[in-house]
Design a protein around this ligand. Structure first.
Ligand code: PSU
Ligand code: MN
Length: 304
């Protein structure tokens, strides 16, 4: 049984040991509205190609775990209204039943590892939600970073989360959180979270070497690279704070919980910022794709 279905360009690149960057699909189906989601997905792939690497967007299509989508598959997925949101817990059921679903950070890491891809670029990871002491809502992305050896480039955890608690959990799980080129953690739409980053590295080469060192030490799990949004694209923290608070009130008032929380908040913040949050979101993903391509390129030049 073929478990992982590689696209031809991804299979070629992997066979040659050329750099490949994994991409998730939940950001396409649940993170952004049509048609900007498709535009974003295409631009991210092109950015990775421009950076000298091969993009591998990952999704489950009719039961097949696809690593690398062709243009038609990407477009169809971006328009699918009924795609499931797949994390570690649900991907096997979806595949066994022949279903279609988009992979979250956790599920994308699992697929990337199976395919032999070590670098993955996205927007923001899931984390500890505000009020988690009541709701227990902690994303499976954190556990995945602790056990699956993929370096994930994100713009920090989404600011809708409780960043301090997210950092505490990552520390407990032994996940290195590396700010890229600055001392502070970035906070997704904003460059600075007001929280010092546990680790800082300044070059793609250093990040690639640290990834390989973890492997050499036999440590399980990956690394989280927190890459600040480009200056021109950021929305300052003070601007976002009340908007996030409002979106969370609305989520509570509507009884939103579980898997629906993150997509609901992103959509509500999109409405409340009249689309500005989406523009920032797209810019930060592209920025992470650029860094991802650079890290993958460095890694492919290092001994395994
Ligand atoms: N970052 C974005 N948009 C998204 C997500 C992250 O900019 O849509 C998705 C990712 O797939 C991430 C998921 O894994 O949200 C986290 O969902 P949850 O909080 O339910 O674990
Ligand atoms: Mn959750």
């Amino acid at each position: 049984m073929t478990l992982v279905h590689l696209s031809a360009p991804v299979a070629d690149a992997l066979a040659k040991g050329a750099p490949v960057v994994a991409l998730e699909s939940t950001i396409i189906t649940h993170g952004m509205p049509w048609p900007q989601n498709l535009e974003m997905a295409r631009k991210v792939e092109q950015t990775i190609r421009d950076g000298g690497a091969t993009p591998a967007t990952i999704a489950v299509l009719e039961g097949k775990l696809c690593v690398g989508l062709d243009a038609a598959q990407l477009e169809a997925l971006a328009q699918t209204k009924h795609a499931a949101k797949l994390s570690r817990a649900d991907m096997a059921v979806c595949m066994a039943r022949g279903g279609t679903g988009a992979t979250t950070v956790a599920a994308t890491m699992i697929a990337a590892r199976l395919a032999g891809i070590e670098v993955f670029a996205t927007g923001g990871i899931g984390g500890v939600h505000r009020g988690a002491e009541e709701s227990f809502d902690i994303s499976a992305d954190l556990q995945e970073l602790a056990q699956t050896p993929v370096t994930v480039i994100a713009a920090g955890a989404k600011a809708i989360l409780d960043l301090s608690k997210t950092m505490e959990v990552l520390e407990t799980l032994g996940v290195p959180v590396i700010a890229y080129g600055q001392d502070q953690l970035p906070a997704f739409w904003s460059r600075e979270a007001g929280i010092a980053a546990p680790l800082r590295l300044d070059t793609a080469r250093q990040i690639a070497e640290a990834h390989r060192m973890r492997g050499a030490l036999g440590l399980p799990g990956g690394q989280l690279v927190a890459n600040p949004i480009p200056e021109g694209a950021e929305i300052p923290r003070e601007t976002m704070m009340p908007i996030i608070a409002r979106a969370m009130e609305d989520a509570n008032a509507h009884g939103i919980h579980g898997k629906a929380v993150t997509p609901y908040l992103l959509q509500r913040i999109f409405e409340l910022t009249e689309g500005r949050s989406l523009e920032s979101n797209i810019e930060l993903v592209l920025n992470n794709a650029r860094l991802g391509a650079a890290i993958a390129t460095e890694m492919s030049a290092l001994p395994v």
